[in-house]
Each structure stands twice: as C-alpha cells, then as structure tokens.
Design a protein around this ligand. Sequence first.
Ligand SMILES: [Zn+2]
Length: 456
Amino acid sequence: MSTLPDTTLQRADLRLDPEWIIPIQPAGLTLQQHSVLIRDGRIVALLPRADAETLWRADVVQALPGQLLMPGLVNLHCHAAMSLMRGLADDLPLMTWLQQHIWPAEGRHVSDAFVYDGSLLACAEMLRAGVTCFNDMYFFPEATARAARAVGMRAAIGLIVMDFPTPYASDPEDYLAKGLAMRDAMRDSSSDDGLLSFCMAPHAPYTVGNKSFERIVTLAEELELPIHLHLHETTEEIATSLQQHGLRPLARMQSLGVLGPRLIAVHAVHLTPQEIDLLARHGASVAHCPSSNLKLASGFAPVAAMLEAGVNLGLGTDGAASNNRLDLLGEMRTASLLAKAVANRADALPAHATLHAATLAGARALGLESEIGSIEVGKAADLIAIDLSPDGHQPALRPLYQPASQLVYAAGREHVSHVWVAGQALMQARDLLPGAFSDLNSRVDLWQNRLVAEFD
Ligand SMILES: [Zn+2]
C-alpha cells in the first residue's frame, strides 16, 4: 500500500500482472511476481510486483493469474497468402510440388484479392499462435501489407523478385518497380502505424539471375533493407547451381555481394562446415523452417553447428502449403527436438535458446532488435501470454517445474491466451478482435471452390 501522493507516481496506460515473465534478455531468465507497464504502446517498466504497485499508477491493471508473459513470436519466413493453398498438394518433393502444383495454381488464381484474403487468414492463424510479427515473401505484397495493417500486426513485407513472369509482374525490373512503389505507398499512407518494415526478397538462386541480384544488393544498401532469400534448401538446388554457375549457391551469393549482415538465408539445410563459418563470419542470419524441411524431405539443417559458430538463427513456418501450420510455437518444439537428433546431443537447442530463436534472433535478422524481440524498457509492447494455469483443465501442462521447458516441450498454440502488438490488445482470452476478420470464412470457401474446380 503506497503512502506516496498520486503526483509522485509514474503513470502508465496498462499494467500486466502475469505469474511468470520470460524477458528473453537477459538470457535464460524467468521472473516471478513481476509486472510490465506500458505507455503509448511501449514498455516503460519491468519490475517486481510490489514496486509496480507502489511506484506506478496504471489506468488499467490486467491480472494474468497462472499465465506466462513473453515477447511476441517472430515468424522469420512466411508466404502468408499461401494459406489458401493449405493441403492442396501434399506428400511431394520441392520441385515437383512447385512446378506441377503450386506454380500452375498461382498462375491462374493469384491476384490482389487472393493475396489479401489469404494473408488475413494467415494473420488470424498466426495471432492465435502467438506470432506478432511475420516476414513475408509473396506476389502482390501490397495486399499482404494492407491485411497486416487492417489486423494491427507487425510485418516485414518482401519486395519479391523473380526472373520469370507471373500474374504479378513481367520481368525483374517490373517486380522491383512494383515493390518499390508498394513500399513508398505504404510509408506515405496516412494510416501508417509504424508496424510495417520491408525486405528485398529475391525468391531463390534458381529463379533469380546475376544481373537481378546485383541490382537487389545495390537497392538493399541504399534503402538499408534485409535480403530475404531461399538458400541451400535442397541438394538439387546445389547441383543445379554447380552445373549452371560452377559455384554452390552460397559461393555465388558471396561473389555477387549478397552474403553479409543483411542476408536472411531461408532453410540453409545443406551446408559444409566452411559454409557455416562463412555465414557466421559475414554476420548473416538463417531462417530455420524445420517442419517445411521435413515435409518436403529437403533434409536436416545443422542447427547446433550454426549456433556454435555464431550464426544468428531465427525460426519460420514457411507457407501453409508446405507445412501446413503457421504455428511458430509448434516450430519451437520441432526445432529443438530435431536439433538434438541431428547433433546427437540432448543439450542442443535447449528451451531458453529456442525461445531466443523464436523472438530476439528473428527481430535481429529483420533489423528490428532495438524495437521488438525482448521485454525491455523502451521497446514496443509486442507481448503474448500463455496460459499455464493449474486449474485442472490442462492435464497436459501439469505439474509445472520449469516454465520455459513447459512452454517449448509441452504447451501448444492453443494455450496462447492474449496477444498485444504495440500495446494494442489483438486477442484477449483467445478471442480475436473481430473487425478485419468478418466474412473471411465465406471468402475462404469461395477460393477453395475455385481452386478445387481447377484441379478436379
Ligand atoms: Zn518459403
């Protein structure tokens, strides 16, 4: 009970009182009986509950008994709109899946409306799984940007580039011109909420030529953007590169200036020890997508070796057509288990390191580490609560010895209870704010009917 007069109290909009807090930074820490205070969308204090009660006056105090508060998850690799192709073509290897199923379907159906509806569907699924920020690569990126903005999610929108024509663009110059115009339009918009950032997004070494890569590197430097690229996903990709360029893809990217701290290498499954060192020495990031790599039989990424070498490793879901869940909480568990099996070491990718990969490492890859990824004063209040409460309804989460372990190895996305982005509540007690999602189900049905008609 405070005896101080009100004028000496510091003011906040919101105080969150969870059972546990995992701030991610400092590493390995789990706090109990602490509170987070939020003002104007930013974290203004993280301190013991007793101090929060005596030193701060919050307009709203939200008790979160039995719940764990942590930074929102960062999905470092996604094709959000592909959620409309979830389950369309399963049990196929990457190139068959792409060339015979996904690319033909995209050629006939992908449009601004398709991408907007697919991205909204993905946002709904991701929010319910605790994802507050996603890094996207897809056609009609302005539609994904509009969907993220309508929902209030944070997103890094890719300026996609390929050397061949699609319904979105005719050639590399056209892709780049459209991407740059999209970025300008979203930044100039009166509804700019500061939640969107951008990446150069050349699709892959096998779909983008040297000339395009050189232009992309120049633009990335000028505009200070990350380069989001599928790289070393399959052995076939590497064999083709050796045939066509006489170089493995990573060596080719190095010769073109793509390899550096801006690079987000997606998948990075097949790497020699020298290539792991190369990624680490150049400060590159990797977006590890374990479920997609398993489902497309692409292989097993050397996660423990990358982390030991110092590679910044985040986690991604990839698109729903190759996963089929946009469930980053699930990816945490898969990544941790798989890393142990691949390294033949049970201590590979332990729980706290997995949580770091799913939050701060992703933020760092996107150049957003001073904004999100940990619960620290000054950062945006992108937060999630996970219900670990001992109320008898969750036998799968009882007993509870170590909250971090419980979260990574036992909890699922169904236990995410609350989501805030920049202090705005987007999900409360598992209810999403309805606004942007009204009528979405009927539009998804329409898209399903169109795609089914195509393939029957
Ligand atoms: Zn992908």
